[in-house]
Design a protein around this ligand. Structure first.
Ligand code: B3K
Ligand code: ZN
Length: 877
């Protein structure tokens, strides 16, 4: 919906009409039940006609109203009938259709016409590469027909699709196909029935020229399920990994959560134009091609893992989301937080627990922490919104998963499983709330979560201040928590924070076992006897709580933990802290030469141990070698100067590269000799290969350009090729140009790989990265119509501090121009770029002012979508 300025206010300051605020506390049940929905589609790319028939009956649990509100958004209304008779006393309230109803049960028939080809928002029914597909979550169904488009209205759907048999040979919908057949004039039809009542956001339909990778899965009760991964013809050879991932997910959900699939058919369709990763529509998941298509030549190891994770996520929604859905959109984390946790646990089992945990925490810190400390901070269960699409956030998803993970840590896996069983039993077929989930956790796992519920209502990343003192044979641990103020929430209460800890004997290098402590007050003091010497504290092992730990310990303790903690996460964490502590000190008041040297030497000692440790597998070595991201470093500082952070971080990289030049070269040589396979050892080798190259490039750019060029040419897989190109893209010289050209020519026409080509340049360390981004925006392959392409260039750019944050403010201008140009085309995707500018308060004053100026320029635009309006006003607020 576009928000136009009120013409009567022409003389006053231009204030766009404000879209209304929707509040959680205003929830009321819908006055009507809709037991059955029948839809008839006459499909066409330019025009599709829709007839919907709803049986409705009064909801005894709601107030009586003598009309029904059917939400709409842009569909052209052709006719309205009630109980078979055309009526004319319907009215419009904004976009909604109000139909008067006096009896207790009726049949409503609505005819609409929509234009899929003109739908650039990619919400509702739209065209992509000549096929038709849908995206209805959160409020897209109302763009197809007028309907009670809210998640607490559950209905069973019968759908008839009719269309040209040549243009749309494959007709897919939710549930099971009941009949199909030919019609006159080269047309055909299919009729689908989904026996499971569902809200409209889970409706899906696809019509197009597709081919399938087909297989079967037999469930634990012996049901044979037909599985299909539908793609465009040329893409079929790249679907096997998706199919295998689906089967593994189905098996795992039975084994670990006792959840069985409930239809005879499970379809996945890959589409190129998609606003996000994928969508869990009942029995018909629609996926971004990025999360389906893979082979070693075109997808990296990380791509393979992401596909496995997203396929699992969408499949797991069949229970956590579809069988038990959300009462209203404020409860989004009920399905998303829980499903993210489920996909994380699955991937831990598939790929290895330690590395997956590190990766998930890295995502939390780089995406969620900045959100939680900025103007867009919100609790995992928000209290209000203007546009729900803006709340599919790292907070709702990733922090939501962490909150459930904490309950699991406190309960233990067995009791947690009892609680999830109870939750599914109790709420199957219902639209539930976060409170229902917590209650099931309490009843099923025997926990008292009264105070823990604060995690659902309070925003902000808690900080835990840790001090360990030692006297006699007693070690005393003092833990103090504070939850920072966030917009609308100035004062906070202490929350229960579960932390797994261990105390190491620093001489022996061992500990007497770990324990879980829960800080449930502002301050907690714990004493531990039997320590003749001060122990080394390992805390938040496995990252049991999504908090920021601030510990006051000697640097040698961090070196000790980085070199030998038996908890892999804690080892990684110690290394990160060592580096963060050093860089933050250097960026503060500066370091004396001796302090700088001491800091660097401590890092070198841990880094040296990591590259030499033969007991470490390469996959973990690769993780431990990674420096904290610049975004995370910015987050550690009250006021950040991105230019200085970049210089300090790069110089530490170069220093380490120089210091360990020969070891890193030897390491690169060793892992380069490992042949390609998907085995974990070979994957680890590839990770280390590019990591080694990164340090070498910082230390010795010219020699490394040659090494990277060799890696690029020798590569028989995308991981090595992309790794080498990433390094080359940051260097000057002919190898850079040649590699970029070679890569482009080799993969021209492969959308997903060309996306990588855009990303590598936008993310590069090259001093002219900003100029490259501007040039790439004019490249013939660039388009604002495809969200993957837009993100491949501009998300990468916004995540590249040295390009985005150039002191002149030009980077901010480039991003604001993009937002303004994209907003009228695809508001949901446009609004996703606003948070990058919203960080202005945490920047040094010069950049802060420039960022604000750009936000104000966007706010002053003639028309703005509800999505962008909300993000910009909150960011300025
Ligand atoms: N549930 C969808 C997300 C829909 C986003 C709508 N703006 C994908 C997922 O989380 O599985
Ligand atoms: Zn999800």
């Amino acid at each position: 919906m576009d928000v136009a300025r009120n013409p009567e206010m022409a003389d006053a300051a231009p204030t766009p009409h404000e879209p209304p605020v929707i509040r959680r506390e205003d929830y009321t049940p819908f006055p009507w039940l809709v037991p059955e929905t029948r839809l008839h589609f006459d499909l066409g790319l330019e025009a599709t006609r829709v007839v919907s028939k709803l049986t409705v009956a009064r909801n005894a649990k709601a107030h009586r109203v003598d009309s029904i509100r059917l939400n709409g958004d842009g569909a052209e209304l052709a006719s309205v009938k009630v109980d078979g008779e055309p009526i004319s006393d319907w009215t419009m309230d904004g976009d909604d259709l109000i139909v008067p109803l006096s009896g207790d049960a009726h049949e409503i028939e609505i005819a609409t016409e929509i234009a899929p080809s003109a739908n650039s928002q990619l919400m509702g029914l739209y065209a992509s590469n000549g096929m038709l597909c849908t995206q209805c979550e959160a409020e897209g169904f109302r763009r197809i027909t007028f309907y009670p488009d809210r998640p607490d209205v559950l209905s069973t759907y019968r759908v008839r699709m009719e269309g040209d048999a040549q243009q749309f040979p494959i007709l897919l919908c939710n549930g099971n196909k009941e009949t199909e057949g030919a019609l006159d004039g080269g047309r055909h039809f299919a009729e689908w029935h989904d026996p499971w009542p569902k809200p409209s956001y889970l409706f899906a339909m696809v019509a197009g020229d597709l081919v399938a990778n087909s297989s079967t899965f037999t469930t634990m009760s012996g049901r044979q399920v037909e599985l299909n991964v539908w793609v465009r013809e040329g893409d079929l050879p790249r679907t096997e990994h998706a199919m295998e991932s689906l089967k593994k997910s189905m098996q795992w959900d039975e084994e670990v959560f006792g959840r069985e699939y409930d239809l005879d058919l499970f379809n996945i369709v890959a589409v190129s134009d998609f606003n996000m990763g994928a969508m869990e529509n009942k029995g018909l998941n629609v996926f971004n091609t990025k999360y389906v298509l893979a082979d070693p030549d075109t997808a990296t190891d990380a791509d393979f893992d992401a596909i496995e994770g997203v396929i699992a996520h969408e499949y797991f929604h069949n229970w956590s989301g579809n069988r038990v859905t959300c009462r209203d959109w404020f409860q989004l984390s009920l399905k998303e937080g829980f499903t993210v946790l489920r996909d994380q646990l699955f991937s831990q089992d598939m790929q290895g627990e330690a590395v997956k945990r590190i990766e998930d925490v890295r995502i939390l810190r780089s995406a969620q922490f900045p959100e939680d400390s900025g103007p867009l901070a919100h609790p995992i269960r928000p209290d209000s919104y203007r546009e729900i699409s803006n709340f599919y956030t790292a907070t709702v998803y990733n922090k939501g998963a962490e909150v459930i993970r904490m309950m699991r840590s406190m309960a233990g896996p067995k009791a947690f499983r009892q609680a999830t069983d109870l939750y599914f039993d109790r709420h199957d077929g219902e639209a539930a709330t976060c409170e229902d989930f917590v209650k099931a956790m309490e009843d099923g796992a025997g926990l008292d979560l009264s105070q823990f519920r604060l995690w659902y209502s309070q925003a902000g990343t808690p900080k835990v201040d840790v001090t360990l003192s030692h006297e006699g044979d007693i070690a005393t641990l003092t833990l103090r928590q504070t939850v920072p103020a966030t917009p609308g929430q100035p004062a906070k209460l202490p929350m229960p924070i579960p932390l797994r800890i261990a105390l190491f004997d620093r001489e022996k290098g061992t500990h007497a076992g770990e324990q879980l402590i829960v800080i449930d007050r502002a301050e907690k003091v714990l004493s531990f006897e039997g320590f003749a010497a001060a122990p080394v504290l390992s805390i938040n092992r496995g990252y049991t709580a999504p908090v920021a730990i601030e510990r006051h310990v000697p640097r040698e303790d961090l070196v000790f933990l980085a070199a030998q903690d038996d908890d892999s996460f804690a080892r990684y964490e110690a290394m990160q802290e060592l580096v963060v502590g050093h860089l933050v000190a250097a960026l503060g008041d500066g370091l004396s030469d001796s302090d700088r040297e001491a800091g660097q030497e401590a890092i070198a000692s841990a880094f040296g141990a990591i590259i030499a440790d033969e007991a470490l597998d390469d996959s973990m070595r690769g993780e431990l070698m990674m420096l904290p991201s610049q975004t995370y470093l910015m987050e550690q500082m009250l006021v950040a100067d991105p230019g200085r952070i970049h210089v300090e971080r790069e110089s530490l990289k170069a220093w380490l590269g120089n210091r360990f030049l020969s070891q890193l070269e030897a390491l690169h040589d060793r892992v380069s000799a490992v042949p390609y396979s998907m085995e974990s050892a070979a994957r680890g080798a590839r990770k280390v290969k590019t990591q080694a190259l990164v340090y070498l490039a910082a230390a010795a750019p010219e020699a490394t350009a040659e090494r990277a060029w060799d890696q690029f040419n020798a590569a028989d897989n995308m991981t090595d090729r992309q790794g080498a190109l990433m390094v080359l893209a940051g260097l000057e010289g002919v190898d850079r140009t040649n590699a970029l050209l070679d890569f482009y020519n080799r993969y021209q026409g492969n959308e997903l790989v060309i996306d990588k080509w855009f990303t590598l340049q936008a993310l590069s360390l090259h001093p002219d990265a900003l100029a490259h981004v501007k040039a790439l925006a004019k490249h013939k392959d660039f388009t604002l119509r495809n969200p993957n392409r837009v993100r491949s260039l501009y998300m990468a750019f916004a995540g590249n501090p040295h390009a985005f944050h150039v002191a002149s403010g030009e980077g901010y201008r480039v991003l604001a121009d993009l937002i303004l140009a994209l907003d009228p085309i695809n508001p949901q995707t446009a609004a996703r770029f606003v948070p990058a500018l919203g960080r202005w308060r945490r920047m040094e004053p010069g950049r802060a002012a420039l960022m604000r100026t750009e936000l104000e320029r966007i706010a002053a635009a003639e028309t703005l979508s509800r999505d962008t309006f909300e993000q910009v006003t909150r960011s300025l607020g």
